[in-house]
Design a protein around this ligand. Structure first.
Ligand code: FAD
Length: 294
């Protein structure tokens, strides 16, 4: 596939908590940056728990890889002013793109309780960001419906509120059955949502860990996968299976018009790298030279 028809991609990382994890993040960025992502994003822990680490990771990626970086931002446990102060701090680092989220309840809390002076939803955060500056704003979408939402229609109403408040695009929770994404995009278009809906893709590094993670996010894991991983495990070919499953999922998403692929890398670059290469994404010499890692 010629380089100019390679798909648009973005990568998500989480902020590291230990020196070893910091090295792993840097290795991930170094490996994936030459693939020329539109941007990479760094997640933000519930209640601002990772605020300083998110900032540090953004700074490192900006300075060492010269990539466009998006900072995630949540509303949990912070006043409106405190939340917007983080956005201003992002701007000082040169970050012009924000993934605006309500956030999950902190550990131990059953449900989201807004701070007394805080934003009550992602839609409120988006509106405030739009009023405060010239951000490129992404929001979350859920092809299998957000676990707290009573119905698809209610969830689409919520997504529409976020887009109408000024978000530029939605990035989805990961999913394994592309039909869920196609149905969701169709329903969103019928509900009057015109913004790009970018599929979030999770390459499976470890089937068991992914299954636990998926259960927490209420993302469905198709039955056939368990058997396929059991067989692949016996044969020692799980990595091959994961690359094949993910590349095939991405191929179909792109063939049916997905505007970009957003990879949840979990700071493990190798599988994401293989899948992107399989999709025709070429490492570009210019980016390699710019980073001095060629
Ligand atoms: P919202 O869009 O505000 O919606 C949350 C729920 O409330 C939905 O069920 C919605 O339908 C309902 N709702 C909202 N407003 C109303 C209303 N007015 N009336 C009725 N119902 C309403 N979490 C983190 O902690 N850090 C991260 O960095 C992070 N990054 C993420 C990135 C992506 C791409 C995705 C998909 C998720 C991410 N999350 C992250 C998880 C996210 O914070 C959770 O899924 C959270 O539970 C919901 O956040 P939201 O922005 O979708 O919330």
């Amino acid at each position: 596939m010629p380089a100019d028809s390679a798909p648009a991609i973005s990568f998500e990382f989480f902020p590291p908590a230990t020196p070893e994890a910091t090295l792993r993040l840097w290795r991930s960025v170094e490996r994936l940056a030459p693939l020329g992502p539109e941007f990479v994003s760094v997640t933000y822990g519930a209640g601002g728990a990772t605020r300083d680490r998110t900032m540090a990771a953004i700074l490192t990626i900006r300075d060492r890889a010269r990539l466009n970086v998006a900072g995630h931002l949540t509303c949990v446990g912070a006043s409106r002013e405190q939340t917007l102060a983080v956005a201003r701090a992002y701007a000082k680092l040169g970050v012009r793109r924000i993934v605006a989220l309500r956030g999950d309840p902190p550990k131990g809390a059953a449900r989201f309780e807004p701070h007394p002076d805080g934003f009550r939803s992602a839609a409120e955060l988006v509106a405030a960001l739009r009023a405060a500056g010239d951000w490129k704003i992404s929001v979350a979408a859920y092809p299998e419906v957000h676990p707290e939402s009573p119905s698809l229609a209610a969830d689409l109403d919520n997504l529409k509120r976020k887009i109408d408040a000024g978000a530029d695009e939605a990035i989805t929770q990961f999913f394994f059955d592309n039909e869920d994404y196609f149905r969701f995009v169709d329903a969103a278009r019928k509900a009057g949502i015109e913004a790009p809906i970018v599929p979030g893709v999770l390459p499976i590094e470890n089937f068991k860990r992914m299954s636990n993670f998926a259960a927490r996010c209420k993302a469905r894991v198709p039955d056939w996968m368990a058997k396929a991983y059991e067989n692949a495990d016996e044969l020692g070919v799980t990595e091959l299976l994961s690359a094949a499953i993910c590349a095939e999922q991405c191929e179909e998403l792109l063939a049916q018009g997905a505007p970009r692929l957003h990879f949840y890398t979990l700071n493990n670059p190798d599988l994401t790298f293989s899948v992107c290469r399989a999709l025709g994404v070429q490492p570009t010499p210019m980016q390699i030279a710019a980073q001095g890692c060629g």
